[in-house]
Write a protein that binds this ligand. Structure first.
Ligand SMILES: Cc1cc2nc3c(=O)[nH]c(=O)nc-3n(C[C@H](O)[C@H](O)[C@H](O)COP(=O)(O)OP(=O)(O)OC[C@H]3O[C@@H](n4cnc5c(N)ncnc54)[C@H](O)[C@@H]3O)c2cc1C
Length: 126
């Protein structure tokens, strides 16, 4: 569906192309390993820092830092979320009830197991 919508408005795709540098004067200049693009607007959708082997890079963060944007330092979230939200000293009145914590822990465990399985499948281990 996304491809069809993009094709309808004449989007050009440049696959296997790595963006390496962004500069800004009157417009943005994006340097890639194949060419240089100039545009008044630049949208960066290079994802977060998860698994480098799956294509994750810190490109988005480095561009944000270069242009002085505030960055919340990334850190693993799912398990800490469950652990922190059960602590009254951290959450105050918003602390999770016991039942919520138990359900969240079960869901987090299932998601973690599923992700381990998907990773193993992606890298041909299973
Ligand atoms: C193992 C794993 C399991 C997950 N499981 C779930 C789940 O069950 N449910 C869920 O909702 N979410 C899940 N997520 C999170 C979900 O995958 C991400 O939130 C989502 O993919 C983010 O989409 P995005 O388009 O922002 O970035 P991405 O999907 O990461 O896409 C970014 C793209 O930019 C490319 N790129 C990076 N740097 C450059 C560069 N310099 N030049 C050119 N291209 C570049 C990357 O190669 C990638 O193709 C999971 C993530 C991981 C790693």
């Amino acid at each position: 569906m996304l491809l069809r919508e993009a094709n309808d408005v004449g989007v050009q795709f440049f696959l296997n192309t790595t963006a390496s540098e962004v500069q800004h004067d009157t417009e943005f200049t994006l340097r890639t390993d194949h060419s240089i693009f100039r545009s008044p607007i630049l949208v960066i959708a290079t994802g977060g820092l998860s698994i480098p082997k799956m294509g994750a890079t810190d490109f988005g963060y480095s561009v944000a830092r270069k242009f002085g944007l505030k960055i919340v330092e990334p850190w693993p979230a799912l398990v800490p979320l469950v652990l922190l939200t059960r602590r009254k000293d951290v959450m105050g009145a918003l602390v999770n009830r016991r039942l919520t914590t138990v359900v969240a822990a079960i869901v987090a465990t299932l998601i973690s197991l599923l992700n381990i399985f998907l990773l193993a499948q992606t890298f041909g281990i299973v």
